[in-house]
Ligand binder design. Structure first.
Ligand code: 5GP
Ligand code: ZN
Length: 119
C-alpha cells in the first residue's frame, strides 16, 4: 500500500492535515513535530506509506539513504549549530517496545541548545 487513508502522516503529506513544512521533494516530506522535545525537532518521512523500519527491504535503500543525507542539511537550515559543538540527534522509534506511536516510518531530527524537554 503506497498510501493509507487512515494514516495521519499520509494525510499530512496530502495536505489534508496542516503541518509546518520543512522540506518536500518527490519522495520525502519533512515537518515540525507538533510536540517538540528540543528547540529544533522535525520529522523526516517517506511519502510512501511504510509502517516502520521493520518493513524496510532492499528496494528502500536509495530512499533511506536520501533521508539520511538530507538530515544534516535540514538540521543546519533549521538552526542546529555545526558539528562538533552543535550537532543533532536522529531517532526512529520502531514498534511497541521501540516506542512508536505513529505507524508511518519517520525519523526524528532533534537539536539546539540544551536542556531539552526529553532525551
Ligand atoms: P513516535 O513516537 O511514533 O516516534 O512519534 C510520533 C511523533 O509524531 C510524536 O513526536 C508526535 O508529537 C508527532 N505527531 C503526532 N501527530 C502529529 C501531527 O498531527 N502533526 C505533527 N506535526 N506531529 C505529530
Ligand atoms: Zn502513512
Amino acid at each position: 500500500m503506497s498510501h493509507d487513508p487512515h494514516c495521519i502522516f499520509c494525510k499530512i503529506v496530502a495536505g489534508q492535515i496542516p503541518s509546518r513544512k520543512v522540506y518536500e521533494d518527490e519522495d520525502i516530506f519533512a515537518f515540525h513535530d507538533i510536540a517538540p522535545w528540543a528547540p529544533v525537532h522535525f520529522l523526516l518521512i517517506p511519502k510512501l506509506h511504510i509502517p516502520s523500519m521493520a518493513q524496510l527491504a532492499p528496494e528502500h535503500e536509495r530512499l533511506m539513504g536520501k533521508m539520511m543525507v538530507l538530515a544534516p542539511k535540514l538540521a543546519l537550515e533549521q538552526g542546529c549549530k555545526p558539528y562538533p559543538e552543535g550537532g543533532f540527534r536522529v531517532l526512529a522509534n520502531t514498534g511497541l517496545e521501540g516506542g512508536q506511536e505513529v505507524h508511518h516510518l519517520h525519523v526524528h531530527v532533534m537539536g539546539g541548545p540544551r536542556p531539552w524537554l526529553k532525551g
